[in-house]
Design a protein around this ligand. Structure first.
Ligand code: HEC
Length: 111
């Protein structure tokens, strides 16, 4: 997958100090958040900045911040997800993974 190569390039660039100063890549990892969404959520939800959800009633991730603060989703994830998921896989997420995922969500929210 080309995106994997891109990630590696970004990581290498980061580790030798080529990314923008103040980059938060050490703190949170947007790419791993995106990957989590892709692997666990994308078959039902639109997870990107555009497009509609594969499963009609599933709201696109980019609309979440309009409904509730993303921090409340963070809590739900920490406690184990959530309402309305009949067919939802169960997750065990580390705080780190949750942080990455929420951070990814922030990058795609509609303003
Ligand atoms: C099997 C399909 C499916 C998968 C996989 C799935 N969802 Fe959903 N999700 C839905 C559907 C359908 C709804 C809408 C439920 C409703 O409103 O009745 C929904 C709703 C939601 C909501 C809104 C809940 C609410 O109370 O309005 C959140 C948040 C959510 N999903 C997060 C996720 C996350 C995060 C993942 C991946 C970790 C995920 N979903 C994976 C089908 C899915």
């Amino acid at each position: 997958m080309t995106s994997r190569r891109l990630i590696r390039a970004v990581l290498v660039a980061g580790s030798i100090g080529l990314t923008a100063p103040g980059a938060i890549a050490d703190e949170v990892n947007v790419e791993s958040g995106r990957r989590f969404a892709e692997q666990n959520c994308a078959r039902c939800h639109a997870i990107g900045p555009a497009g509609s959800s594969p499963l009609d009633p599933a709201p696109p991730f980019r609309t979440f911040a309009k409904k509730w603060p993303l921090e409340s989703l963070e809590e739900s994830l920490a406690e184990g997800i959530v309402t309305g998921h009949s067919d939802m896989p169960e997750f065990e997420l580390s705080p780190r993974q949750i942080g990455d995922f929420i951070f990814y969500l922030e990058t795609i929210q509609q303003k």
